[in-house]
Design a binder for this molecule. Structure first.
Ligand code: PLP
Length: 392
């Protein structure tokens, strides 16, 4: 009959979207909401990139392009990966996608058969689970443990959850929501598991350019050709160049896999928007100064948030090594992350994300995005201090 597919029926809505809608309703009633919930830069795309998009349109470049992406763009991406990340990539390994969402969906469809399992270490960015489910796969969250507010990578727990149906491990470093960067030893452990059990590694590197201090972003694919063969990297211009709404990303995989990904891209979207691809060429050629300026401001804002969190009694927190998120553990006396996030919104007008959306083991945590002004951050923490009764 004309019923929705079982996959469609199993798909749940996002709790993050829910709380944003609630914040919007409060704002309509006149509450001044301080938004520490956004998962995106508060900056606009660099002006040279905007100009390049407009010029491409004026030049009449609005036609379909190759489903793998523009050659010039794939060359820039391969070059960037090779020179900035020390990971030799050729353009035939690159497929330009509709954001990393696009890259992740074609990756899931390319590697999963119905019932195949994908291991996702907690805490993780929620949509991985839904993307795996949309491809007929089974997402297997792997709980992690936080010591003094810092999550350790659940390497051993990962190994214990491997079954005959396991197809892939998803890693995300720098991590949303923890801001953690995986160490070479942790990457090695993932690679060894993948080699020993013949698994794919899906490496989400969207925050790779946003690292602080001594932290270094390394791709798991740099651990050797045998590891690179089974790795699908997903990335995008969204966070790096503050271009979330432009919807431009890419996958990097070995050439035969890239060919399959390009076919799936073709039959999903035909090709990512042509003039946005042209603007992306300019982003890679001339956008790095802007990227560095944005990174510097995230660094300063993250330090502000760290200072403010340190004043809150009972809060455990590890400063992020990358991204623009802080992910503290709150004291049980405040309720769990879901309860406290609801109070924070209703009683203080501060929007933050409950840890539960990033996995059950993160239920006592909250994610604060610091992709917002220092004035908003300071006022938000003033309100939080009043709510929990910290003496000024
Ligand atoms: N991966 C992670 C870890 C993210 O945080 C996000 C966005 O919040 C994405 C992927 C998707 O971003 P996009 O599709 O804009 O590249």
């Amino acid at each position: 009959g004309a019923r929705l597919s079982l996959i469609a029926q199993g798909l749940t809505g996002s709790s993050v979207v829910e709380s944003r809608r609630r914040a919007d309703r409060l704002a309509e009633q006149g509450v001044r909401i301080l938004d520490l919930g956004a998962g995106e830069p508060d900056f606009s795309a660099p002006p040279v990139v905007v100009e390049a998009a407009m010029q491409a349109l004026r030049d009449g470049n609005g036609q379909y392009v190759d489903p793998r992406g523009l050659v010039a763009l794939r060359e820039r991406i391969a070059d960037m990966e090779t020179t900035r990340h020390g990971h030799p990539v050729t353009p035939d390994q690159v497929v330009v996608t509709t954001g990393s969402f696009g890259a992740l969906s074609i990756a899931c469809r390319a590697i999963l058969d119905p019932g195949d399992e994908v291991l996702i270490p907690e805490p993780f960015w929620g949509p991985y689970r839904n993307l795996v489910q949309m491809s007929g796969g089974v997402a297997v969250p792997v709980p992690a443990e936080a010591i003094d507010g810092r999550f350790s990578f659940p390497g051993e727990a990962l190994a214990e959850r491997i079954t005959a149906r396991t197809r892939a491990i998803v890693i995300n470093s720098p991590n949303n929501p923890t801001g953690r960067v995986l160490s070479p030893a942790e990457l090695r452990a993932v690679a060894d598991l993948a080699l020993a059990h013949d698994l794919w590694i899906v490496a989400d590197e969207v925050y790779g350019e946003l690292v602080f201090g001594d932290a270094v972003h390394r791709s798991v694919a740099t651990l050797g050709p045998e590891v690179a063969r089974r790795t699908i990297i997903v990335n995008s211009l969204s966070k790096t160049f503050a271009m979330t709404g432009w919807r431009l990303g890419y996958s990097i995989a070995r050439p035969d896999v890239a060919t399959v990904l390009a076919r799936m891209n073709h039959y999903s979207v035909r090709c990512p928007t042509s003039f946005v691809q042209q603007a992306a060429v300019t982003a890679f050629d001339s956008g790095w100064q802007a990227v560095e300026e944005m990174r510097q401001s995230y660094l300063g804002r993250g330090q502000l948030v760290a200072r403010r969190l340190a004043r809150l009694p009972g809060v455990r927190f590890a400063p992020p090594e990358g991204t623009f998120y802080a992910f503290p553990r709150i004291p049980e006396a405040w309720g769990d992350g879901t309860i406290f996030a609801a109070r924070l919104l209703d009683e203080a007008g501060v929007l933050a994300s409950a840890g539960r959306s990033y996995g059950a083991s993160a239920a006592q945590h909250l994610r604060f995005s610091f992709a917002t002004s220092t004035a908003v951050l300071d006022e938000a923490f003033d309100r939080i201090e009043r709510l929990v009764g910290v003496a000024p």
